[in-house]
Design a binder for this molecule. Structure first.
Ligand SMILES: C[S@@+](CC[C@H](N)C(=O)[O-])C[C@H]1O[C@@H](n2cnc3c(N)ncnc32)[C@H](O)[C@@H]1O
Length: 497
C-alpha cells in the first residue's frame, strides 16, 4: 500500500493505516478510542431507538487494552509534528491505561480536561457518571501551537460581567451531547461543539487533523467545515460508509427519510416552540420551498473568503463592514433567483429584498449577542406590504459570530482591499465613535421563516428613529423586531448542525 492521501478516510485498522502516514506530518490528533467495556449503546439507552443505531461496534477486551493503546499511540506519536498536539478522550474505566501509555511513549501532558455532559444513565446504588476525560498532550512543549484568542478576545464579557475568555479556558468543559432525533447515528458521538473548541485552540486553517477512530466521522466532518484537512480510519464498514457519506455530501446529519424535522423546537431561544402557522398553508409551503434551496448554502462563512467571493461576483456591497448580512443577501440572490423575484416591490425609496406570494426580506443575526432585537425594513414599507398582502415575510439566518479581531488584522485587510477607509468610517472617527470589533466569521445554525403581520408587530415590534446613515441624514423609521417575543410567527425553519 502506498502513502495515504489527506482529505480522505479509510476503512481499515488504524494501527495498520497509520503506518502509511509519513513521520512528522500531522498537526493535531483528536480521538476517542474504543472502550474496553461491554458497551451497551446498541440497546436502547440514551433514548435511542435501536433500529436507527448502526450495527457493529468494535470493542477491545480489558486484558488487551493497554497493549492496544500502546500500539496505536506509538504510531500517533510518530506521525505527529513537533509543533502538534493530541487530545484523547477516555471514560474513567480505561483511564489508567491511557495515562500510562502517554507517559511510556514520552508525550507531555498539558491538561487533563473534564468534559461534563448533561445526562448519564440513572443509577440506584452509585453516583451518575456525567463526565468524560480528555487528555491534552504534546510532543514538544516549546514548539506546541496554541491559539488563545481564537474564540474570545481578552476583554469579552458574558452576561454577568464574567470574562468569557477565562471561562472558556477553564479545564472543565460543560457541553451538551447532541440528540439526533430521526437521523442515522452511530452509538457514541462527540458533540460538534467539543471538536470545534479543540480545533480552534489547537489548529489553523489548512492544518492536517487525524482521527484514528472515526466512528461517525465527527472529527473529520467538523475539520472539513472549519477548512482544515483531515485523515482518519474506521474499522467497521457501516460506520466508515456513514462518515464517508457525510463528508462527500457535506451533510452534518443524514436523515433516514427526506422529511425535514418540523416538530423540533427552535433551539436558539430555548422556548420549546412547536406551534406552526398551520392555518397559513401558503406561507408554510413557500417557506418550505425556499428552505429547501437555502439548505444548500454553506454553514461556515469566513469573513475574508465571503468578501472576496462577493467582490469577484461584482456584488455591490462587498465593501460594507457588516459583511454578514450582505453575504446572506448575496447567497439568497444566488440560490433563490430562480424561484423568487429579486428585488421585491418598492414602496417609496425602499424596496423589499424579494417577492414570492408576499414581499420578503433577508436578514442575518448573531445568536451570541445580548440583544435579540433586529432591525427589519422601513416602517412605512412594512405597513404598506402588510396592507397589500396581509403580511410580509422575514428569512432570518441565525448563527454564532466570532468577534476575535482584536488586533484588527481582518479590519485592516478589508480596508486595504477597499483601498482605504470608507466615507462612513471617516465620519465615524471624526465623530469620535468607537470602532466596532469586526466579525471574522459566522457559523450558521438555523434559517427561520417569520411571518410579520399587524398582530406580530403589536406583540414584538417597536420602531427605531433617528439613526444616521452614511450621508449623515437621519434614516427613515425602521421596524425593530424582538426575536424573543416571537412564537407562532415563526412558521418554519431549517437547521444547520
Ligand atoms: C468511541 S468510537 C469513536 C466515536 C467518534 N469519536 C464519533 O464522534 O463518532 C470508537 C470507534 O473506533 C472504531 N475502532 C475500533 N478499533 C479500531 C481500529 N483498530 N481501527 C480503526 N477503528 C477502530 C470503532 O468501530 C468505533 O467506531
Amino acid at each position: 500500500m502506498k502513502e495515504l492521501e489527506f482529505n480522505k478516510i479509510y476503512n481499515m485498522d488504524c494501527i495498520e493505516g497509520m503506518k502509511h502516514i509519513p513521520s512528522n506530518t500531522i498537526d493535531l490528533v483528536i480521538t476517542d478510542p474504543p472502550f474496553a467495556i461491554e458497551f451497551k449503546a446498541k440497546k436502547s439507552n440514551y433514548n435511542r431507538t435501536q433500529s436507527r443505531v448502526l450495527e457493529g461496534y468494535n470493542e477491545i477486551s480489558q486484558e488487551k487494552y493497554y497493549e492496544f493503546t500502546l500500539e496505536w499511540m506509538k504510531e500517533a506519536y510518530r506521525v505527529l509534528k513537533e509543533s502538534g498536539s493530541m487530545y484523547v478522550f477516555s471514560g474513567w474505566n480505561n483511564l489508567k491505561d491511557i495515562l500510562t501509555a502517554i507517559d511510556e511513549l514520552g508525550f507531555i501532558t498539558i491538561n487533563h480536561i473534564i468534559w461534563k455532559y448533561q445526562f448519564g444513565v440513572v443509577t440506584k446504588r452509585k453516583f451518575v457518571s456525567s463526565h468524560y476525560h480528555c487528555l491534552y498532550v504534546c510532543k514538544n512543549n516549546e514548539n506546541r501551537k496554541f491559539f488563545p484568542y481564537s474564540r474570545y478576545d481578552k476583554e469579552s464579557k458574558g452576561e454577568r460581567g464574567k470574562s468569557l475568555h477565562y471561562e472558556d479556558k477553564e479545564d472543565v468543559w460543560v457541553i451538551k451531547r447532541e440528540y439526533w432525533n430521526g437521523d442515522q447515528k452511530t452509538p457514541t458521538k462527540l458533540p460538534a461543539e467539543l471538536i470545534k473548541k479543540i480545533l480552534m485552540y489547537s489548529s489553523e486553517e489548512g492544518n492536517i487533523i487525524l482521527d484514528p477512530f472515526l466512528g461517525s466521522g465527527q472529527v473529520a466532518v467538523i475539520s472539513k467545515m472549519l477548512n482544515r484537512q483531515y485523515i482518519g480510519f474506521e474499522i467497521v464498514k457501516e460506520y466508515y460508509e456513514f462518515a464517508k457519506e457525510r463528508l462527500e455530501k457535506g451533510l452534518y446529519r443524514i436523515k433516514e427519510t427526506n422529511k425535514t424535522n418540523e416538530t423540533q423546537p427552535l433551539l436558539l431561544f430555548d422556548k420549546g416552540k412547536t406551534r406552526y402557522g398551520e392555518n397559513d398553508l401558503t406561507f408554510l409551503k413557500t417557506a418550505k420551498q425556499i428552505g429547501k434551496r437555502l439548505k444548500r448554502i454553506p454553514k461556515l462563512w469566513n469573513g475574508r473568503k465571503s468578501i472576496l467571493e462577493m467582490k469577484k461576483a461584482n456584488f455591490p456591497h462587498w465593501k460594507q463592514m457588516e459583511w454578514i448580512g450582505f453575504y446572506f443577501q448575496f447567497l439568497c440572490e444566488k440560490y433563490l433567483s430562480k424561484i423568487m423575484k429579486i428585488p421585491g416591490p418598492k414602496y417609496g425609496r425602499v424596496e423589499f429584498d424579494s417577492f414570492k406570494n408576499i414581499p420578503w426580506d433577508f436578514k442575518a443575526h448573531a445568536m451570541n449577542t445580548s440583544s435579540h432585537q433586529i432591525i427589519v425594513n422601513d416602517s412605512e414599507a412594512t405597513a404598506k406590504g402588510i396592507k397589500n398582502y396581509g403580511k410580509v415575510g422575514l428569512i432570518l439566518a441565525l448563527g454564532k459570530v466570532l468577534y476575535n479581531d482584536e488586533d484588527r488584522i481582518f479590519q485592516k485587510w478589508h480596508e486595504a482591499l477597499k483601498g482605504g477607509k470608507s466615507k462612513y468610517e471617516i465620519e465615524r472617527i471624526k465623530r469620535g465613535a468607537w470602532s466596532r470589533l469586526r466579525k471574522v466569521s459566522f457559523d450558521l445554525q438555523q434559517i427561520s421563516f417569520i411571518k410579520i403581520t399587524d398582530d406580530a408587530l403589536v406583540k414584538c415590534g417597536s420602531f427605531q428613529r433617528d439613526f444616521r446613515n452614511a450621508g449623515e441624514q437621519p434614516r427613515k423609521e425602521k421596524v425593530l423586531l424582538d426575536l424573543e417575543k416571537i412564537d407562532e410567527d415563526l412558521v418554519y425553519f431549517v437547521e444547520f448542525l
